[in-house]
Design a protein around this ligand. Structure first.
Ligand SMILES: [Zn+2]
Length: 354
């Protein structure tokens, strides 16, 4: 029975009968041979009408048992349907905050126009029974400053992709911090830092970092998730997740060395460290430590002398690049970042990963 869209308990029909025949609740309980409390539960729909109750109702009210059982069945079904509708409504509100189309464009979820399918795909993607839970499972994305609040779900989706990417990497060496200095950094600087092909960089980095038991993955950035990189500890191993935002080689390598710094100092092993374009979830102390690490290991000591020069020519940069075997773009990017050079100066020398 459905009135104004709300499920109506069979108890209402019983009350109508009692009112029609002028039977009090007390008398009704007596005739049914139930306690008054039990009777009230039946009238309010709290107690289900069983065959036993339906038989007693038939004797007391003169209306057959199958009528009452039928009412009960309709009531329970409409309750279930209403619950389901409310649940989908609730999930739809969250769905509207998730950049589904961006995720489709990246190939993270399947394209569909059906709301229920979108919800199902997202539950699978985030590994939750209800979309409401994403706020807790990806809580770092939701704790960052208010100006990013509208993009919390975009950041959550981006971070989750990293976890999905490494799910199958079961056979991985144990994390060995000392190898960051003895193997990872020397190998990157000797063999990789001049490489500008994204596919090669990605493939080679995975191999080099694996030696120290560090996972690596590149996750393209999506709109409203302005992330450079992140470190997440999974299975006692760190995962470096990079976005290639802007694709500038200097930003990419500096971010990578910055994340290596977070890992080397074993910052925040319990929580994701998220490095956004203009802020980070790590404390200022941790951020400075990671930045200093990157400067120390990415640039030779003599870099300070170059930066001190009052007039830096193109030739100076080229010469320095050759001498210290460092990509011109990486030198230039640092000089710009430190405001020694203006962003427009020699910008043609800046290198992008392709
Ligand atoms: Zn950081």
């Amino acid at each position: 029975m459905k009135i104004l869209g709300l499920p109506v308990a069979p108890g209402i029909t019983i009350i109508e009968q009692l009112d029609t025949w002028g039977i009090s609740r007390k008398e009704f309980a007596l005739r049914m041979d139930y306690s008054e409390k039990h009777m009230i539960d039946i009238l309010k729909g709290k107690s289900e009408i069983t065959t036993e109750i339906a038989n007693r109702l038939a004797s007391v009210l003169g209306i057959p048992a199958d009528f009452w059982l039928g009412l009960e069945q309709i009531y329970r079904l409409s309750l279930k349907k209403k619950e389901e509708e409310e649940r989908i409504e609730e999930e739809e509100k969250i769905l509207n905050k998730i950049p589904y189309l961006d995720m489709v464009n990246q190939g993270w979820v399947a394209s569909t126009r059906i709301v229920v399918e979108k919800i199902r795909n997202l539950k699978e993607y985030f590994g939750v029974a209800k979309l409401l839970k994403i706020q807790q499972t990806e809580n770092v994305a939701f704790r960052i400053s208010s100006k990013y609040q509208s993009s919390s779900y975009a950041i959550a989706a981006w971070l989750r992709k990293g976890q999905i990417d490494i799910r199958e990497k079961i056979d991985y060496p144990e994390f060995d911090k000392s190898k960051i200095l003895t193997e990872v950094i020397p190998e990157i600087k000797n063999s990789l830092i001049h490489e500008t092909n994204i596919f090669n960089v990605n493939k080679l980095l995975i191999g080099i970092l694996k030696k120290a038991g560090i996972y690596f993955t590149v996750t393209q950035s999506i709109s409203k998730a302005s992330i450079n990189g992140a470190v997440t500890w999974i299975n006692k191993r760190p995962l470096i997740q990079m976005s290639l935002k802007g694709k500038f080689a200097d930003i990419f390598w500096f971010t990578l060395f910055h994340e290596l710094g977070h890992i080397y100092f074993e910052h925040s092993k319990k929580e994701v460290i998220l490095d956004l374009s203009n802020e980070s979830t790590g404390s200022e102390i941790l951020e400075n430590q990671a930045n200093n690490f990157a400067v120390k290991f990415l640039y030779p000591k003599e870099f300070a002398n170059l930066a001190k020069k009052s007039l830096i020519s193109k030739g100076d940069i080229m010469k320095f690049s050759k001498k210290y075997n460092l990509l011109v773009g990486i030198i230039l990017g640092r000089l710009m970042h430190d405001e020694v050079l203006d962003w427009s100066q020699y910008s043609e020398l800046r290198v992008k990963l392709k």
